[in-house]
Design a protein around this ligand. Structure first.
Ligand SMILES: [Zn+2]
Length: 131
């Protein structure tokens, strides 16, 4: 019997706005944290806290909220010691679309290559004439 694919809950839609000066904070569930396994192991904080970062694509100043971090590390399976936010939401959407498109083009390219090349017709039009 096949049960549906394990559903991964969606990324929280809108980041909650915090009153000015207040930093968002969400407790870390240590048992759900994964790391790449290299080195001495990640330092696991007690709380996620909002962090600001600059989008590497458009340079926009963004906040990666504690809630989003919790989702990323505990639900989506992001590695705590090697992954962090680099792109704003809209650039990530663009990047995803770009990758999807690239994969599609790649697959189509492979499909074309796998088609048998048309054989050069025997003798073609250049068959030597018997004299
Ligand atoms: Zn961006």
């Amino acid at each position: 019997m096949v049960l549906g694919k394990e559903s991964v809950s969606r990324e929280p839609k809108a980041a909650k706005k915090h009153p000015a000066g207040e930093v968002g904070r969400v407790p870390v569930d240590e048992s759900k944290i994964r790391s790449s396994g290299f080195g001495p192991g990640p330092w696991i904080p007690e709380f996620y806290e909002d962090v600001s970062f600059t989008c590497k694509d458009c340079g926009s100043h963004e906040t990666w909220t504690a809630t989003q971090q919790k989702w990323w590390y505990e639900v989506a399976g992001g590695l705590l010691d090697t992954t962090t936010a680099v792109r704003c939401r809209s650039c990530r959407a663009k990047e995803r679309a770009r990758k999807t498109e690239a994969r599609r083009v790649h697959r189509e390219g492979l499909a074309k290559k796998q088609k048998p090349n048309q054989r050069a017709t025997d003798n073609g039009g250049a068959a030597p004439r018997r004299v």
